[in-house]
Design a protein around this ligand. Sequence first.
Ligand code: ACO
Length: 379
Amino acid sequence: MTTTTNDFRPGLEGVVAAETRLSHADGQRGELVIAGFPLEELAGRATFEEAVYLLWHDHLPTKDEVTGFAADLCALRPLPEATVHLLQEVAAKSVPPMDALLMGAATLNLDSPATAEQQALTILARLPTIVATYWRLCHGQEPIAADPELSHAANYLYMLTGETPHAAQTRALDTYLNTVIDHGLNASTFTARVIIATESDLVSAVVGALGALKGPLHGGAPGPALDMVFEIGSADRAEAYLRAKLDRGERLMGFGHRVYKVRDPRADVLSVAAEKLFQEAGDSSLYDLAKAVEQKSIDLLAVYKPGRNLQTNVEFFTALVLHGLGLDTDLFTPTFAISRAAGWIAHCFEQKATGRLIRPSSRYIGEMDREWQPVEIRD
Ligand code: ACO
């Protein structure tokens, strides 16, 4: 097919730049399919290990397969000394955890695993350890060694807090991790595919993807979304607060999506997970407030941005689930990354199999035929 520079689409909206069997976000129907499974079928049932195995192998694991896979991940959790030293240095400067994760992840190339599969396992196993280690160092606490008896999700909470989570907490985190594990050709996944397509390595692809994820228009929204709910404080203050924000031309974090124009199915799955988590903890007041803020936001967005159909996106309920698990807002985006890394890696394997460099075109809109002037005579 011949393309011309007249085909320019700002933001590449609607441009198909890859084929994938990993996930499909149907924006018109408000549906997300993960390797053949409707999100609602998979997210609340699978462990994160099962969901990762599904993406990496294109089938649900047998009992033996998932046991072996979990054991492989478990064995790779401890960090090399150099990574811990780097995190100690970085903690002294109190950089945001997402930046520390990015720097820590870059050290994962210190080991030279025999195969790309081993490198993939190493990255996935160690990202939670980097986040938890850094978090504790930042708060003057000793890092906690991984517990081999705990699953990926449970161990992450354990390494952060030192407390073994109860079953409802582990289930909520597994549901969250499964919900955000992959999502078509989003910005960070595209970044990972571009990097791996140059025949670079998996660590470089993941580090690049982390950089894309940290921006507020991608993975950085849940913190501000929760801050907004806290600032509103009570349902009767929501309308005035939200109107003032919209009057100032500000965006409401946690609403709107480039692909989903009807509903973001991930928001529904996480809303249910959040409701269960807060009920289990015996206090649903924050959940009730968030639902009231959500409804008022949707109503006002319809008034301020008619025809745009701006709905709740995944970040809004991400904030509630992760807050309900006791995570600080600074940990929200790194926790998103811990899951999405599995998707990035699966996309990298897919992209490598195509053997095709990603190299789009640009349309030149600059000056032509300029003439060189020596510096002495320039105005
Ligand atoms: N609040 C207020 N107005 C909004 C919002 C919002 N959350 N989202 C979009 N709009 C407005 C835009 O200002 C624009 O208005 P205009 O036509 O008057 O200029 C119109 O709706 C369309 O906006 P676009 O920027 O074209 O929408 P796009 O598809 O590019 O943006 C995005 C999607 C970036 C997610 C946007 O909705 C947004 O900024 N949301 C808030 C941030 C957020 O929640 N990000 C997390 C997204 S989920 C994820 O990445 C995992």
